[in-house]
Design a protein around this ligand. Sequence first.
Ligand code: G3I
Length: 380
Amino acid sequence: MKKASILLLVLMLILVGCQSDEVTKTEVNTSETETVDTKDTEEIEVEEVVEEEVKEPFVVNPESLRAKAAEHGIYIGAAVSMGDFGFDNYLNTLFNEYSMMTTENLMKWDRISAVKRGSYNFVAPDMILQHAKDHDMVMRGHAIVWHDSRPDWLKVAWTKEELTEVLEEYIEDVMGHFKGEIHSWDVLNEIISDENGAFRESRWYEIMGTDYIRVALIKAREVDPNAKLIINDYSIEEINPKSDALYELAKELIDEGVPLDGIGFQSHLVSGGIDFDSMQANIDRFQELGLEVQFTEIDIRVLAPFTEERMAVQKEDYKQLMKMALDNDIDTFVLWGVSDTQSWVPMWFQDYGSPLIFDNVYEKKGGYYGMMEALEEHEQ
Ligand code: G3I
């Protein structure tokens, strides 16, 4: 990043023949004048050197993915981790090709409030937010309530009343801290189980029933009325028992007047196995409820070995997914990592990999070009 420093200064000076032992110092930026004793017999007026840091506005390359997507009102997002911010090729790719960031782990409950109730560490997310602002990017918040992200202090045996209070307090403090800065918050993450669409039997559910869902959304709206409130989940992209259950829940919440803006399709997908027709029907039904759909954690994993044929299929998958965003006015297209180097996929799915649109050395992959093609072919 370039920094320009403007050196303003002048040394003024005068007063000849003065009898006083004084120097008058003037600060350019405040016009304050200060008088200092000196051994000299002259009184000198000095305008102090003031160094002002002027940030050059970030210029987006009009040929980049983020610029092409912006022409269609789409944000290209990436999940980020602080440790990667030390690498230039990571930063160059992130800032030049993406227009949205979300923290992969840093805004989870067990990171933000790891030690005790009411104590928070916002250092890393605040730094990331500043980077976003400096590079004309927007931020998603991930995530408030997630069964998988609870610090030890939260794991004690709360009563329903106590846990309600703890949840409201956390939302007040955390969403309050980022108020006005977040495009969308995953207020609820992965609340439907994989078994026939039952509610996930998390501690939240055990103690509060489904009330934690309402408490979280109502409080979230109150604290940051401008953030879009999202229920986020995986394996709900197509029509199936899990997405049916989420659909029923969304309908119920809307009927009750509980604030909810959208559904996050995490989109951890398998290349060659995506039923785009089913996905379209699923998007239709959520949008008919007045909800928006966001693609929040995209990766499309490929079975090893990553042959040309398999990578060509993945390219087509990315193209279709972008086409789907374009056809359905979906403004959020977030990849779960900047490049393959950061992806959780190879660690979790034996035999699969190469899930993102930049490879391990930040070269553009087929998926990148597939997305570009969809953007270029789409009528504005
Ligand atoms: O940072 C420590 C490291 O110091 C330690 O040596 C290592 C040993 O296990 O662990 C490292 O922390 C890991 C962290 O990722 C950073 O890589 C945690 O163990 C590991 O649990 C954590 O996994 C994250 C996972 O959520 C659980 O929080 C993944 O990075 C992250 O990609 C994944 O993201 C989730 C979304 O939040 C929700 N949807 C599914 C998605 C993928 O699982």
